[in-house]
Write a protein that binds this ligand. Sequence first.
Ligand code: SF4
Length: 378
Amino acid sequence: MDGTEAGPRVLPADPRLRPVANRVLAGQRLSVADAAILFESHDLLGIGGLADWVNRRRNGDRVFITANQHLNPTNVCILRKTCTFCSYARTPREEGAYTMSLAEAFEEAAVVRDTPVREFHIVGGLHPRLRLSYYEDLIRGLKERHPGVEVKALTAVEIAHLARIEKLGIRETLLRLQAAGLDTMPGGGAEVFASGVRRTIAERKLAAEEWLDVHRIAHGLGIRSNCTMLYGHVETIPDRVEHLDALRRLQDETGGFLAYIPLAYHPDHNELGAQLGRTGTATTGFDDLKNLAIGRLFLDNVPHIKTHWVMNSMKVSQVALHFGVDDLEGTVRRERVYHEAGAQTPEWTTYAEIVRIVKDAGKRPVERNVRYEEVRAW
Ligand code: SF4
């Protein structure tokens, strides 16, 4: 008995949340108005209690973990000057710019031979001259060198960039990557879909409909993916709700999203942080937990809600396991993108530590593959 039949361990005290709670308990879908009320409320424990109940009904006490390695082949990006929230990208001649040769990428991947890596997570900048063949060779080469390891690679923004420089369609680009061994896609690049926000933080990036369309096409090819929202900068509550609603509508259509990951904006070393006069951690633990819990409640058709501990910290992420979250990311080694933006967390952690964190929260660690199939349980 995991307690789910008895109802939530905590119910909202905020009277405005009672009709929302009733809908959750009746298994009804929440409206965009409900989502706005959830974001406006400060009843974090009540929201978290509902999200925890929904999660336990779906996943019991399982928490998915993975032994993964991040690989960021280049930080050179043609949008360096217009993604004002980004601390990672460089122009080709800027100090700190790097692009890995295939040999260097394979060497970096080989560093973790001592731990059981099962997934490579590959994202990077939009390099003006790295061709599709580089990524095909990278994925193929990784799979040859690490049999059994799966590849989650290239955001919708990177896919669209490669399609453009190759003068190919999105579908053809994805088919070539799939033939090379691409298993799934990460969910980055969505930021916040609202056009006003995009104009401020990512003016020349893929428009919302284009981002959604890349994922729609990928799902049609059997390439499942994750979805994200970058929060904690200039977006409003209606912007957040509109974004989540667009993700939910695409998921109704394709069923291709595996996990939703709210991404906390980090303000160090980027233009937006300077404009907003912020340094250090921009988001609060309160807002981090709320975003995760509301993701669980509103995205009733997305099976997994992931906390990215590199951004949220391991302490907040562990608590999030009781706020509707069923995925604690993985060992990660070694993360670059958020550390450039001031993340104070370690760049990776050990498998044993992840297992300990989950067990210490009274949950059961389950190692997954990229499709969330169980590999090993503890
Ligand atoms: S967010 Fe992505 S696309 Fe934008 S500048 Fe950074 S690396 Fe490039």
